[in-house]
Design a protein. Structure first.
Length: 192
């Protein structure tokens, strides 16, 4: 038996030999062992082509893992693929995370939220201010003392943290009812 020492320190992530096996030749044979340094790990994400313009090298990312649902990890975008996957119309984005305690393992499923450094002004309202009627979104805008008007709005993007971005229909500074459903119900009760 011959003892072999690895040229680097790390964790064995692949082993293609078991104890007391004979090896004839290293030519055209698979690696006996693969060793990786897992103190920093990569998270590979699929980012759809519609969202690629918002992603930049160095952007921060929040990572949540199924294995640790109550914990959030923070990393940075280290690479953005120059090629799109034709089946999904997405590009691979690589996020690098520190893994000092070794809790992150290859093959874990993760969900990443990318935080773009690009600054952009958006009008955002509480999601409770929206009411959906006839496949359209509406808010109640204050027109005067004790006077409100139902106004159609166009939303953009999804709801995040209980807030909804508004694309059209409202201007910054306009007063709206923050709970449209309660307001609508109260108005209906007064009309009876």
């Amino acid at each position: 038996m011959i003892e072999l020492r690895a040229p680097i320190s790390g964790t064995v992530v692949e082993q293609n030999i078991s104890g007391f096996e004979g090896i004839k030749s290293l030519d055209n044979s698979p690696n006996l062992f693969t060793i990786a340094d897992l103190t920093r790990v990569w998270v590979l994400c699929d980012v759809y082509e519609n969202d690629l313009a918002e992603v930049r090298l160095g952007d921060t990312a929040e990572i949540r893992l199924n294995a640790y649902p109550d914990k959030t990890y923070h990393g940075k975008v280290a690479d953005i693929s120059r090629v799109l996957d034709p089946a999904t119309r997405s590009a691979k984005v690589r996020i690098v995370l520190p893994n000092r305690d070794g809790s992150l393992r290859p093959g874990m499923f993760a969900v990443a939220t990318l935080r773009s450094r690009k600054s952009q002004s958006r009008l955002v309202i509480p999601s409770t201010a929206l009411i959906r009627l006839q496949d359209k979104d509406w808010v109640f805008r204050k027109e005067g003392p004790q006077r409100f008007r139902r106004v159609e709005v166009r939303t953009s993007g999804g709801i995040a943290d209980g807030r909804q971005p508004i694309q059209d229909g409202l201007k910054a500074g306009e007063e709206i009812v923050t709970n449209a459903l309660e307001f609508s119900s109260a108005v209906a009760e007064q009309g009876k």
